[in-house]
Design a protein around this ligand. Structure first.
Ligand code: DHB
Ligand code: FE
Length: 279
């Protein structure tokens, strides 16, 4: 039986990818950011997961405003990095896990979640920056990845409650897969940030800290935050945090928090990061 052993979440600021790709990680602005992920790189290297489910949002790279799936799962064997305007990042092609992805698609759809099945897709900074933060700059990513996309770009996004429920459904799906796989789930995006309008640059540390506390101890409390409250308290792009609730819902009710990091600002964003292990 496959099982979920741990979850992690982190912001996915594209400037982090640019700093890595252009050799700037040692600059004073970037040093504290990458220092905050030294523990995490060791942690995941020791954990050696067989596969990662990376919950992220596409930023109009794979999906335009013509097609906007609320939830979509990548069932392909490979996902090349997307060109977001400066050419594709020079990072390895993301290898998929088609067999487990199809199983999760089947299980969650029969469990009454409307997943879009994606057989061809390029992945943008929403997925590749978290991989870079956790795995550095390897020649190949150390584990296959199942991309799980969530629409948080075009109103209306799914609620935090529905995302948490989807996490539960993913847990049931993984546990009904008949091969022994140790799975880690990534929730990405957030934390507080707003990229546009008169409040551009908004960061709310208090909101972020309270979110991190509740994520570990009382995620059900977070499922009551409405999209409007995310907008008001954590900025227009803070809604990305609902993806952290998918990760949390895929874990056990009780988890151990093994690491936490928060740093502001990174570009226009509050960078948050947490690692939770199933107990
Ligand atoms: C920034 C953050 C994001 O989440 C994103 O998708 C794009 C930009 C930023 O802070 O610059
Ligand atoms: Fe984003």
């Amino acid at each position: 039986m496959a099982r979920i052993v741990a979850g992690t979440a982190m912001s996915h600021v594209p400037a982090i990818g640019a700093a890595i790709d252009n050799g700037k990680t040692g600059e004073p602005y970037w040093q504290p950011v990458f220092k905050g992920f030294e523990f995490s790189k060791r942690w995941i290297a020791e954990l050696k997961p067989d596969v990662a489910i990376v919950v992220y949002n596409d930023h109009a790279s794979a999906f335009s405003l013509e097609i906007i799936p609320t939830f979509a799962i990548g069932c392909a064997d490979a996902f090349p990095p997307a060109d977001e305007g400066w050419g594709p990042r020079r990072v390895p092609v993301v290898k998929g896990h088609s067999e487990l992805a199809w199983h999760i698609a089947q299980s969650t759809i029969l469990d009454e979640f409307d997943m879009t099945i994606v057989n061809k897709m390029e992945v943008d900074h929403g997925l590749t920056v978290p991989l870079s933060l956790m795995c550095g700059t390897p020649a190949e990513w150390p584990f296959p990845v199942i991309p799980l996309c969530v629409n948080v770009v075009q109103y209306p996004p799914p609620t935090g409650h529905r995302c948490h429920m989807l996490g539960h459904a993913i847990r049931r799906a993984v546990e009904s897969f008949d091969k022994d796989l140790r799975v880690v789930v990534f929730g990405t995006g957030g934390m507080s940030h707003q990229l546009q309008g008169p409040r551009a640059g908004l960061i709310n540390k208090e909101f972020d800290y309270a979110f991190l506390d509740s994520l570990t101890r009382d995620p059900v409390a977070l499922t009551k935050i409405t999209p409007l409250e995310y907008l008001r308290e954590s900025g227009s792009e803070g809604i990305e945090l609902v993806m952290w609730l998918i990760m949390r819902g895929a874990l056990n009710d009780r988890v151990e928090e093994v690491y936490r990091f928060h740093h502001v600002p990174v570009s226009n964003c509050a960078l948050g990061h947490i690692i939770l292990e199933n107990r």
